[in-house]
Design a protein around this ligand. Structure first.
Ligand code: FAD
Length: 375
């Protein structure tokens, strides 16, 4: 029996992948499934990273995203509407060109486009400030709600048991997991608690992944006509601000890099964020100033010192997949498959660089180059 702690997208997808390989799986979630970062994310999926490990992983993950609705027998609303990064200086254009070269090397078809071409993709875009765009039409978005539901239902069909409102309190050698609903004996544990992961690692005396939770927020507008801002649009020099039309209802989700180090249980939105994000959003797409905001919410980026997740075996029969900053949703299909195959078969066909994501790297004083983050 395999016990997964944490019912976000990583835990639920990993449960499904393990069950697909014939394992008995139980998932413990202290609140409701998705209540951590997963249901609070911006829905974006991209292979436009700036290092080999993340580009390869996300290139593969996008291939998995394409299959998910059919495989899980539920529409996860994956759409390849692209990501459009916009450069505001010649220096940034040069950086974009270097990133594009690296992405192309691993088969990601990003290309440099003119502001006029960008405006064809995003009609209400303010092109005045931009010199060029980095455009990958294969990036996209999906519904966090439908995706988690699809993995859960498919997992249940294969026998996975989900225990919601069941908090893990302690872990004893062997493994005995003590929860608010009693004790469970399992052979293997997967810690998928992301922003809360240190608490779980500390329960086995191995608090070696120094994750810090940072509160990140989003606002969402009322629905606007479809086809206006379908890709995620982000000028990194404008405080990593971004806008993207929700794939489900057409409202515009707006984010920016204003963050607060805080407990992952603190999900109160701030007025300071609303002011900051809207300042940038109306610069990127000026007509947004006429659109009403209908929601604002907060979640957490669980950040490691190099903004790359920690994935792998921490001690014998205890695995982690934690610290996903702004990338856990998009990476989940690839990471879940890789981890399940590694646990069950000892190897995986997913191009996941175990050395790069090694949970012990911080103890060894090794840091990777920072994963390219936005928001
Ligand atoms: P979570 O969804 O946080 O799940 C962990 C779960 O563990 C929680 O449900 C929690 O309740 C549970 N738990 C904790 N402690 C215990 C315990 N003791 N016992 C039992 N259960 C426990 N990612 C993208 O890929 N694309 C995006 O566009 C994107 N945008 C984002 C925008 C914002 C504002 C935020 C906040 C995040 C964004 N992310 C994005 C990041 C993404 O949401 C996360 O990386 C991802 O959801 C992590 O999933 P997870 O399953 O690892 O963690």
């Amino acid at each position: 029996m395999i016990g997964i702690i944490g019912g976000g997208i990583i835990g639920v997808a990993t449960a499904y992948e393990l069950a697909k390989l014939g394992e008995d799986v139980v998932v413990f979630e202290k609140k409701y499934l998705g209540s951590g970062s997963t249901f609070r994310c911006a829905s974006g999926i991209r292979a436009q990273f700036t290092d080999e490990a993340n580009i390869k992983l996300m290139k593969y993950s996008i291939e998995r995203w394409k299959e998910l609705s059919d495989e899980l027998e539920h529409n996860v609303m994956f759409q390849q509407t692209g990501y459009l990064f916009l450069a505001t200086s010649e220096k940034e254009v040069e950086t974009f060109k270097n990133n594009i070269k690296l992405q192309n090397k691993f088969g990601v078809p990003t290309k440099l486009i003119t502001p006029e071409e960008a405006k064809e993709i995003v009609p209400p875009l303010n092109t005045d400030a931009f010199l060029a765009g980095a455009w990958n039409p294969e990036d996209g978005k999906a519904s966090p709600f439908h995706t988690l539901y699809a993995y859960k239902k498919a997992g249940e069909r294969l026998g996975v048991k989900f225990y919601e409102y069941t908090k893990v309190i302690s872990i004893e050698e062997g493994w005995k997991i003590k929860t608010t609903r009693g004790e469970f004996k399992v052979d293997i544990i997967v810690n998928a608690t992301n922003a809360w992961a240190r608490e779980i690692n500390a329960m086995i005396g191995e608090d070696v992944v120094p994750i810090k939770p940072f509160k990140h927020q989003l606002v969402k507008t009322e629905p606007i006509e479809r086809g206006q801002i379908e890709p995620l649009v982000c000028p990194p020099a404008w405080n990593d601000s971004y806008v993207i039309q929700d794939g489900e209802d057409g409202g515009v989700i707006c984010g920016t890099a204003l963050e607060y180090e805080s407990s992952p249980d603190d999900v109160s939105p701030t007025y300071e964020f609303a002011k900051e994000v809207l300042r940038w959003a109306v610069k990127i797409v000026p007509p947004l100033r006429h659109v009403h905001i209908v929601r604002q919410w907060a979640g957490h980026y669980a950040r490691t010192p190099d903004n790359n997740p920690a994935i792998g075996e921490l001690v014998e029969n205890f695995y982690v997949a934690i610290g996903f900053s702004g990338h856990g949703f998009m990476m989940a299909p690839a990471v879940a498959q890789a981890l399940a195959e590694k646990i069950v078969k000892g190897r995986t066909k997913v191009p996941l660089d175990w050395e790069w994501f090694d949970p012990w790297r911080f103890e060894r004083g090794e840091l990777r180059s920072s994963a390219f983050q936005i928001g």
